[in-house]
Design a protein around this ligand. Structure first.
Ligand SMILES: [Zn+2]
Length: 298
């Protein structure tokens, strides 16, 4: 399949296979369309070309969440179409209005400049509409787990755009730990997506499909593998930094600022999940916070 080409899914719903991120296209009238996400900044000119080729005018950009691979080309396209308006959920609007908020959120304080890479950087966008302004034919639904207030979109053609609520198979095998903010929420979203089996489902980073069950299983299996690994590692009490290092070593992940930021944040979320399930506990020692697995007799 060609990359960065327009593909029809059903009725008025299309998508652009966008190198890293699928971009939804929904035709509102003969001439007007809206996009669901835009991909990284560098794909903006190609999206513009596709819109021109089809004599389409861009009315709305509807975003699932604020990450750079989803809103990166917003700015370019909104410059080309000055009447185009951006729409997303309440908290994602806040993230998209500030170029440092998401990095600060992941880092837990004012971030060192070296964390502000093109993968993470958000070009701030000021005027963003509420989800109540979605055009006719598109509805939103909450997708907990990956980011704070991520939403999915359903078009009138029964096509579901489910953003980063489900990981790409190759990425899971290669990178192992995908960014998760809320592990329970992520599992709940996977369960919900599985119940959509039979409809067209468009994950942001995998091919559109009507059979999502295998991919859901791959995602759940990796999460369970990570849970087992953390519990095994915490048979010895460890600090967060030590646990993260041990996970990098186990999966042979090469450390970088970007990976450290995303994986540390995700490991924190796994710890909160396991703590709530009473599978791990914490203790202070020597002014360090240690996490450890609760053994049967406790
Ligand atoms: Zn994302």
């Amino acid at each position: 399949m060609n990359i960065l080409e327009l593909h029809k899914l059903k009725g008025n719903t299309y998508y652009i296979d966008g190198v890293t991120t699928n971009i939804g296209v929904y035709q509102l009238t003969d001439n007007d369309v809206c996009l669901i996400d835009t991909g990284f900044a560098n794909v903006g000119p190609r999206i513009y070309e596709i819109l021109k080729e089809n004599n389409w005018d861009l009315k709305y950009i509807i975003n699932t969440h604020c990450h750079a691979d989803h809103i990166g080309a917003n700015k370019y396209l909104m410059n080309m179409y000055p009447n185009c308006q951006m729409i997303t959920s309440q908290i994602e609007r806040a993230f998209a209005r500030d170029d440092k908020l998401d990095i600060g959120f992941l880092y837990g304080g004012y971030p060192l400049d070296c964390f502000d890479t093109p993968l993470m950087h958000i070009d701030e966008q000021k005027d963003i509409l509420h989800l109540s302004k979605l055009p006719n034919g598109i509805t939103s639904f909450r997708l907990k787990g990956h980011h704070y207030d991520m939403v999915g979109y359903k078009t009138s053609d029964d096509v579901y755009f489910v953003a980063d609520a489900i990981g790409n198979k190759d990425t899971i095998y290669k990178e192992h730990i995908l960014l998760i903010y809320d592990v329970q929420g992520y599992l709940d979203s996977l369960h919900m997506i599985n119940s959509l089996n039979g409809n067209f489902i468009v994950p942001s980073h995998s091919e559109p499909t009507k059979n999502i069950t295998e991919l859901v299983k791959t995602n759940v299996a990796k999460i369970n593998e990570i849970i087992d690994l953390i519990l095994r590692l915490l048979e010895t009490p460890r600090t967060l930094e030590n646990l993260v290092k041990s996970i990098f070593d186990y999966y042979k992940i090469r450390i970088s600022y970007n990976k450290l930021l995303l994986i540390t944040s995700t490991v924190r979320s796994y710890l909160a999940y396991l703590y709530r399930l009473k599978l791990i506990s914490t203790k202070f020692e020597d002014n360090y916070l240690y996490y450890y697995k609760i053994t049967e007799k406790e």
